[in-house]
Design a protein around this ligand. Structure first.
Ligand SMILES: *[C@@H]1O[C@H](CO)[C@@H](O)[C@H](O)[C@H]1NC(C)=O
Ligand SMILES: *[C@@H]1O[C@H](CO)[C@@H](O)[C@H](O)[C@H]1NC(C)=O
Ligand SMILES: *[C@@H]1O[C@H](CO)[C@@H](O)[C@H](O)[C@H]1NC(C)=O
Ligand SMILES: *[C@@H]1O[C@H](CO)[C@@H](O)[C@H](O)[C@H]1NC(C)=O
Length: 356
């Protein structure tokens, strides 16, 4: 394996009275993240076709698969999943003075905006090398009971607010920030596959960016799930040339949470991205395109945008509310070119000064 991985631990903040570190930062390469997924979610999925081995009532299942969940009989696995999810959601959140947020950086190699993140965390970062990266990204973050919220970021992400603002926004939110919307187009519901029945119907299928923030209970639920994950891991992703397009990244969590805890997620991502050009990749901002006005407008934006693959102008715009109050949508933004670093470091104190 030739992946790189670093773990950054925040030291106590000298300008506050808080004694404990308030966040844990992990960076991990894309390769190891893929390994995380394969290790955490063993494939238990079975075909529900008439020739399937999943039960002696294969054909019956295939027929009932076409019915909506409230009419058809749930499978044993679905009933088990519901029980587990219900119990985990019933455990109270334990947000205390010492609660931390785990920042998980999914990177290709180095972190180009390290200096900007330094500014955000206001620390010199300690570095420890780690082995067994695949186990440690989420597992390691979960192992610390003080980690109450988990943030997945890419190397091209930047912070839009101060650490304190971000900390309060995430820890005291009553939902996880996971984007989830219906895209009726070819890159949305068009990617639904029959293999996903009966548990995931076309109507259940959702889309959203992979850059989530998640409450602890939700992270535990994700770890516990193999039923829904197997529906995606088995038939999507690299290696299956013909079906490569059903990128699990963009559909698994949005679909999973809209099924198991729809009220528990925001339905928008707190990481801003610009898809307005409708290319294969979102816009990458270069240094010359960044001004204080631009940064202020992104950090104070109160409407989230969801771009569907239906047509030229098919966008959903929704207001952002935080615990019922209108609030700016975004805490982070992507994608930024490394040449924007100096500009951003200079502007950081200005665009993060009181917005709300
Ligand atoms: C792709 O998915 C379709 C069903 O949606 C299936 O019939 C086909 O065999 C899959 N192809 C590969 C290469 O897995
Ligand atoms: C998110 O969307 C689902 C539908 O998928 C809806 O039931 C739920 O109320 C929405 N969540 C919030 C917080 O609005
Ligand atoms: C979050 O808070 C808002 C406002 O109080 C409330 O309407 C909503 O139901 C809450 N959601 C959850 C999942 O507790
Ligand atoms: C940023 O704020 C500082 C102090 O308030 C000010 O001196 C500086 O001119 C501002 N920079 C920009 C680009 O507005």
């Amino acid at each position: 394996m030739s992946y790189k991985e670093q773990k950054y631990l925040q030291r106590p903040r000298h300008h506050t009275s808080l004694k404990k570190p308030l966040c844990v930062v992990l960076t991990v390469s894309v390769i190891s993240m893929l390994l995380v997924c394969t290790h955490l979610f063993p494939r238990h999925g079975k075909s529900s076709s008439c020739h399937g081995l999943s039960s002696s009532r294969g054909c019956e299942n295939a027929i009932s698969a076409l019915l909506p969940a409230h009419i058809r009989k749930l499978t044993i696995k679905e009933i088990a999943a519901r029980a587990v999810v219900r119990d985990i959601l019933r455990t109270p959140s334990l947000v205390t003075q010492n609660s931390k947020i785990a920042f998980l950086f999914l990177t290709h190699a180095t972190l180009p905006f390290e200096e900007l993140w330094d500014e955000f965390f206001k620390v010199t970062w300690g570095r420890t090398s780690m082995v067994d990266a695949e186990k440690r990204l989420l597992v390691n973050a979960l192992e610390d009971p003080e980690n109450q919220h988990f943030v997945l970021l890419s190397e091209s992400c930047i912070p839009l607010h101060t650490f304190d603002y971000t900390y309060r926004y995430l820890l005291y939110s009553n939902v996880s920030f996971i984007e989830s919307f219906v895209d009726p187009g070819p890159h949305g519901t068009g990617r639904h596959m029959e293999h996903m029945l009966p548990e995931i119907t076309k109507e259940d299928f959702r889309k959203g960016a992979q850059w989530f923030t998640m409450k602890r209970q939700h992270a535990v639920i994700v770890m516990a799930d193999s039923l829904y994950h197997s529906k995606f891991s088995k038939y999507c992703g690299p290696g299956l040339e013909a079906n490569k397009s059903c990128t699990a990244d963009e559909h698994y969590l949005p679909t999973f949470f809209s099924k198991v805890d729809p009220m528990g997620i925001s339905n928008w991502s707190v990481t801003y991205v610009d898809w307005s050009k409708r290319r294969r990749h979102p816009k990458t901002y270069r240094a010359h395109e960044i001004s204080l006005e631009f940064m202020n407008s992104v950090s104070s934006e109160e409407m989230s945008v969801h771009v569907t693959s239906l047509g030229e102008h098919e966008e959903l715009h929704r207001p952002c509310t935080w615990n019922g109050i209108k609030r700016p949508c975004y805490l982070f933004a992507r994608k930024f070119h490394p040449d924007a670093l100096d500009t951003l470091v200079n502007l950081f104190p200005n665009y993060t000064s009181p917005v709300v």
